[in-house]
Each structure stands twice: as C-alpha cells, then as structure tokens.
Design a protein around this ligand. Structure first.
Ligand SMILES: Nc1ncnc2c1ncn2[C@@H]1O[C@H](COP(=O)(O)OP(=O)(O)OP(=O)(O)O)[C@@H](O)[C@H]1O
Ligand SMILES: [Mg+2]
Length: 331
C-alpha cells in the first residue's frame, strides 16, 4: 500500500496560494523529502497531511485514510514533529514523554518500556530526570523527536527537524532519522537544506511557490542537469570586479552566474559554449584567476535550473526555534 497519496492538494490563505494542486505518492517504508525555500508551502502541505488544517481543494490519503473524511484514523497512524517544539519546560524529559504517551492512551508498562527504548536510542537516557529547561536546543530536539514516536506510528512527519541545531546535533538527528526509517517507519521530511535532502532522502519533491517542480531520487534529479546539456564550473578570482560579473551575466551561453563569496563564482554554462567560451569572456581578467574547476551538479543546481532562482536568495533563516511550554496539543 502507499503510505501517502495526495491528489490535487491545495491550500489558499486569502490571496496566498500556499499549496497549489499538489499530487504525489510516498511508498510505504520510504524516506521522502520536501525540499524548498522559505514560504514554498512545505509546512502547509505537512499540516494538511497531518490533519492540522483542511485543504481548500483536493485531498490526501494517509495510510489509506482520507485526511478530510477520516482525520481521527489518520492521526492514529502518524507522528508529527512540527516547526514548533512542544515540550513542557518545567517537567523532566521522562515526565514529558509520560505525559504525551498518556495522551495516546498507551498502557503504562508498555509506555515505560517505549520511553526507555527511545531515550536510549537518542542517547538521552542518563538525562531522563533532568528538566527540559536545563537542556541545550539539541537535547530538547532529541526529546521532541522521540515524543512523536511513542505510539509507534507507521508514518513520521518531520518539519525542518534540524533547523537551528549545531552541526553535531544535526548529524545525530539525521542518523536517528535514518535509523527510524530502517526500522520500517515511513518518513516524510521537509528541509530547505540541499545537502540534508541529498544525504538522507530516497526521493525528493522539490517545491517552489506551492508547486512540485520535480520529484525523483537525488541521483536522477542531478542526472537531469547533465541531460540538459549544462556544464557547471566554479571559478576563483583574486578579486571579483562588478564589470566582469555584469558581462558574465549578460553573455549568452552562460545561463546562470552565482556569486558564492568575495572571490568565487559558480557558473552554469551551456555545453556548446563550454570552458572555451568562458575563457574568451574572462580573458581581460585572466591574470586574476586563481582556480577553475568543472564540478558535478548538486541539488542546488537542479533547483536553479528548474526555478530560475537560487534557493538561498529566499532562505533567510528563521533559525530560532519557537519553544512553547504549554498549549493545545492535537493528539
Ligand atoms: N496561517 C496562515 N495564514 C496565512 N498565510 C499563511 C499561513 N500559513 C502559511 N501561510 C503562507 O503560505 C505560504 C507557504 O507557507 P509555508 O509555511 O507552508 O511554507 P514553508 O515552505 O514551510 O516555509 P518555511 O521554510 O519558511 O517554513 C507562505 O506564503 C506563508 O506566508
Ligand atoms: Mg515551514
């Protein structure tokens, strides 16, 4: 059976079309990623699938159940780690998990066993009796993630689970996601970090302005660039001159000029134009060239090719996580 089938899923907020007739399927046991910039519609899609908000049009089936007609059934089979952390500051890790477990009506002994298993899995068992407000963001997020797994859901939704975390915790959370998926849970992950999607997802849906612009394995997405007859080059200059960058931007044969930093440019060259064409254009500045490399396409290149713009243009981070101590919980 498919874990998820979305059919023309649409969400409109007044004049904003947040999700625009999105259709896709996720296979059972898959680790599927939604990759897109801020405001692309990732969270809204997840929220519709998790029955936290109703679609304006279309519907989706989660574990075979209709999100509109059978929301209660849907909720039983899913776990959700949303953008907001939902933990009680003044309770310990264990008390928090006990509390959320009780909301799912898990029998007490079974719950104790599950909490121990999950806390050990994220290496937090020794901190079980410490209060949440004494934890680092990374420690909190570990507890927050396992909170969504207490009832052993078949499907786990993770909305930007590594946002605002340090590299070490990010790695730990990614490894944990892979482990959970290995144990048979279908995982749907959203991220605006290309490398994260590339590293963990089996298939990726690239979403921009509410629409899925491509959906495939990371490998096949990158292969598409090659068949598009593009050559990707990074070039390092001692100094980048505005004149030169302008000329490159206006040269036909150069599809895209991306300024990486004060010295480096990444260029999408049409294959026919190629390095030869490039060398001609930059010849007045050739003394200043420090390095020139042809490189393999990344998902960033795929995104640019498909949407015409860079993801990081829009990805100004709202890196600070909202941390709420109490409030309504739907499950
Ligand atoms: N409750 C709401 N009311 C009005 N507009 C909303 C609401 N929720 C989302 N939007 C709008 O819908 C669009 C998609 O938002 P969404 O949060 O789904 O994007 P996202 O891909 O999750 O972005 P981010 O990376 O910032 O989390 C945005 O333009 C956003 O401003
Ligand atoms: Mg979001």
């Amino acid at each position: 059976m498919e874990a998820i089938r979305a059919e023309g899923l649409t969400k409109r907020f007044k004049d904003v079309l947040a999700v625009d007739h999105v259709s896709f399927t996720v296979k059972e046991g898959e680790l599927f990623g939604f990759l897109g910039p801020n405001g692309a519609g990732k969270s809204t899609t997840i929220r519709m699938l998790a029955t936290l908000t109703l679609p304006t049009e279309g519907t989706a089936y989660v574990n075979g159940k209709d999100v509109i007609k059978e929301p209660k059934e849907v909720r039983k089979s899913i776990g959700l780690v949303s953008e907001k952390m939902i933990l009680y500051d003044r309770l310990t890790a264990y008390e928090n998990l006990k509390l959320f477990g009780n909301l799912y009506h898990i029998p007490s002994k079974e719950l104790d066993k599950k909490i121990e298993e999950l806390l050990k899995l994220v290496d937090m068992w020794r901190w079980k009796d410490h209060r949440i407000d004494t934890f680092s963001t990374g420690m909190k997020q570990r507890v927050n993630v396992i909170r969504a797994l207490l009832h052993s859901p078949k499907i786990l939704f993770l909305d930007e689970p590594t946002l605002g975390l340090d590299p070490q915790t990010t790695r730990a959370i990614r490894e944990f996601i892979l482990k959970v998926n290995d144990m048979g849970t279908t995982v749907i992950l959203t991220t605006h970090i290309m490398t994260e999607a590339d590293a963990v997802c089996q298939r990726i849906g690239i979403i921009d302005h509410g629409k899925i612009v491509a959906l495939d394995t990371p490998r096949d997405l990158k292969k598409k660039i090659k068949s598009e007859e593009l050559e990707i080059v990074e070039i390092e200059f001692a100094t980048l001159f505005t004149d030169m960058v302008n000329i490159l931007q206006n040269t036909s044969g150069i599809e895209k000029v991306i300024q990486l930093d004060a010295n480096n440019l990444r260029l999408h060259l049409e294959k026919d134009f190629g390095l030869q064409g490039l060398m001609k254009v930059v010849s007045p500045w050739s003394d200043g060239i420090r390095a020139l490399n042809t490189i393999e396409p990344t998902l960033e290149d795929v995104f640019i090719k498909l949407t015409g713009h860079e993801m990081r243009d829009q990805a100004s981070k709202k890196a600070k996580r909202n941390f709420i101590g109490a409030g309504a919980h739907r499950f």
